[in-house]
Design a protein around this ligand. Structure first.
Ligand SMILES: Nc1nc2c(ncn2[C@@H]2O[C@H](COP(=O)(O)OP(=O)(O)OP(=O)(O)O)[C@@H](O)[C@H]2O)c(=O)[nH]1
Length: 628
């Protein structure tokens, strides 16, 4: 058996659940649409926010990098400026050293030149401390007896073997009572003997004020530190830092081999987070520039906040729109469901109605039927759709064709019987009830025809009618039908002035027939009498049996007296001829009474009574005759 690799689990998962998902979507498309809208909304929101967060993060990162570069640019510029100033201090100190060795006068001249040429607010004084540690010269004026031999820079230079620039920490001047930094160099004679120290006292506050131009914002910080991390100058918080040190974890203290670098940290005093860049000068001083991140990032943060608000607004609108759409779809789904339920209900009524239903369009073509229609006519939907209702009736002359009836009633409702022809050729009596369905514009859209097979009902109606109107024994119209016809003849004769003749016929000596030959023979005789009477008259005449051995003949026409009497004679003669009933030859006769409209009466009852009276008159005359 060949080895078949199992499909990966994702394919199996999709193959297993996809058909059910598709079936659910097909079954309830609106609900599926709601789910899709909800999911689409979530996906769009997720993408929107992911992009927003990523964009904001990258914008902030780019801004931080820009700030870092800016801090580095600034600190390099400041370092250059400071180094240039230190170089000028060096030049002055070297010159001052030469002047000291030349003579006190030269030093004084130089001192005045220096203090006049250099910014006075930076350089406080040029002074010389002689080898015994006492101040021997100050550019500020006559120097009092002031011992400075205990200063660190003096002791360092007194013991130094090399010629170097020593920069002191910030110290408080004993005479000036001002904070200053001493830039000092040792003075040695040509033979190398120590001749004291020449120094420049520089005001850190004034110097730092000039360096403030390198700052950018109000929370930015600029500082110059000694090689050991002691504050020499700092732009923020006044002079409170003099004599203090930066924390020892700063990278320029940790890595003395590095010339420059940067780091981010929060200020120990103010807690403000800053981006720091630093440069180490050849003299060992460290120049530090810190840009306050909160202030520097404020424009980007404001921009980010605006885009955050925009995204929030957009998300809210999207959620609201989706929710509105989902709610609207939910309501629409309920309406559709209710409509489907109604349609199913009407469909069930349509399918289960006992009456056949046929829908006829405005071109008189069948467009729909129900099962009862098929049960009645034998035709299925495919056999009648698009065809004329005429196929439901026989196409023979005189037939009540359903198609023709519908055609005769182009509008309005009606009901009528029709002659039906089933699919198998069988005929039946149908009853159709037509209703018109109109569109919103009032024009006829369809006609709905209810069909019923009324063959049996019509047969029973006919039977009941016959029983009510005809004599069961002879089949002749009975008294009720005779009276009805007489009244119709009279009213017709009134409208079209003419006569109606009433002949009342009573058999003579009929009772003995019953008595002698039995009631059945009497019945047969009555039937024969009826046939003979019918044979004597025309179709428009009525021969009726009143009951017992009494018959009435109605003749709706003008007839003179002689003609009527001849007819009465004909009756008497006809019924006087022997009747052959089975083996028996029976002889009877009859008496006839004559009455005429309008001469003898103008109502049915009066005429009948007159004819009856005349008939008795004929009996009295000896029977087998007529009387008026
Ligand atoms: N066989 C039969 N006899 C009937 C029927 N209806 C009535 N009769 C009888 O018909 C007879 C009619 O009575 P009459 O007219 O008085 O008898 P009649 O012998 O003809 O008498 P006259 O008319 O005076 O000559 C009665 O005996 C009834 O019983 C019926 O339906 N069948």
């Amino acid at each position: 058996m060949p080895y078949l690799a199992r499909p990966p689990w994702r394919c199996r998962f999709v193959a297993r659940f996809l058909p059910s998902v598709l079936a659910a979507c097909t079954r309830r498309p609106l609900q599926s649409m709601r789910v899709v809208i909800g999911l689409a909304c979530v996906v769009v929101l997720a993408l929107l926010w992911r992009d927003l967060i990523a964009t904001q993060a990258s914008t902030e990162a780019a801004e931080r990098e820009r700030i870092r570069v800016e801090a580095m640019v600034h600190v390099r510029a400041a370092a250059g400026s400071i180094q240039a100033t230190i170089d000028s201090f060096n030049f002055v100190l070297r010159s001052a050293r030469e002047a000291i060795l030349t003579g006190p006068k030269s030093l004084d001249v130089l001192g005045r030149i220096v203090t006049a040429s250099m910014a006075q607010d930076i350089v406080i004084q040029l002074f010389h401390v002689s080898e015994d540690g006492f101040l021997s010269y100050s550019s500020l004026g006559r120097a009092p007896m002031n011992f400075l031999g205990d200063r660190a820079y003096f002791r360092l230079l007194a013991g130094a073997t090399e010629d170097k620039l020593v920069i002191s920490d910030v110290v408080l001047g004993r005479l000036s009572n001002k904070w200053s930094i001493q830039f000092a160099r040792g003075v040695r004679s040509a033979d190398g003997a120590f001749k004291g120290v020449v120094a420049l006292a520089v005001s850190p506050d004034a110097w730092v004020a000039k360096l403030k131009s390198f700052e950018v914002g109000s929370s930015d910080l600029f500082a110059v530190l000694g090689a050991d991390g002691a504050y020499l100058m700092r732009t923020l918080y006044g002079g409170g830092h003099y004599g203090k040190y930066v924390p020892p974890d700063r990278p320029f203290l940790q890595h003395p081999e590095q010339r420059e670098g940067d780091y981010v940290t929060s200020g120990a005093l103010d807690g403000i987070q800053r981006q720091f860049s630093w440069v180490r000068l050849p003299s060992g001083l460290i120049v530090v520039m810190g840009i306050g991140l909160e202030e520097a990032l404020a424009p980007v943060k404001a921009l980010n906040q605006r885009s955050l608000l925009r995204a929030l607004l957009l998300s809210s609108l999207l959620v609201l729109a989706s929710a509105a759409l989902v709610i609207a779809l939910g309501r629409y789904e309920k309406v559709v469901e209710a409509s489907q339920e109604r349609e199913a209900h009407y469909r069930s009524v349509f399918d289960n109605m006992a009456e056949g239903i046929m829908i006829v369009d405005d071109h008189e073509r069948i467009s729909g039927i129900n099962p009862a229609f098929t049960a009645i006519t034998g035709y299925g939907l495919d056999e009648v759709v698009g065809r004329s209702p005429a196929l439901l009736s026989p196409s023979v002359p005189g037939a009540r064709n359903l198609g023709a009836i519908i055609g005769r009633h182009p509008a309005g409702s009606w009901e009528d019987d029709f002659d039906g022809l089933r699919w198998n050729g069988e005929t039946y009596t149908g009853h159709a009830t037509l209703s018109v369905v109109r569109g919103a514009d009032g024009r006829m859209a369809n006609r709905i025809v209810l069909l019923a097979d009324v063959t049996e009902r019509r047969r029973k109606d006919e039977e009941i009618w016959r029983q009510a109107n005809f004599d069961v024994l002879t089949g002749l119209p009975n008294r009720a039908l005779m009276m009805d016809r007489l009244e119709r003849m009279i009213s017709h004769a009134r409208r079209h002035p003419s006569m109606v003749v009433v002949l009342f016929v009573d058999l003579d000596r009929f009772k003995p027939v019953n008595d002698n030959f039995g009631h059945d023979t009497g019945d047969l005789l009555l039937c024969e009498v009826a046939r003979r009477l019918e044979a004597l008259f025309r179709d428009e005449d009525t021969v009726a049996r009143m009951g017992g051995d009494e018959f009435v003949v109605l003749m709706p026409r003008n007839a003179d007296k002689a003609a009527v009497e001849a007819t009465a004679t004909k009756i008497v003669e006809s019924l006087s001829r022997p009747f052959q009933i089975g083996e028996q030859s029976l002889e009877i006769s009859c008496s006839v009474g004559i009455a005429r409209f309008p001469d003898d009466g103008d109502t049915a009852a009066v005429l009948l009574h007159k004819a009856d009276v005349a008939m008795y008159r004929a009996k009295e005359m000896g029977r087998a005759t007529w009387s008026t």
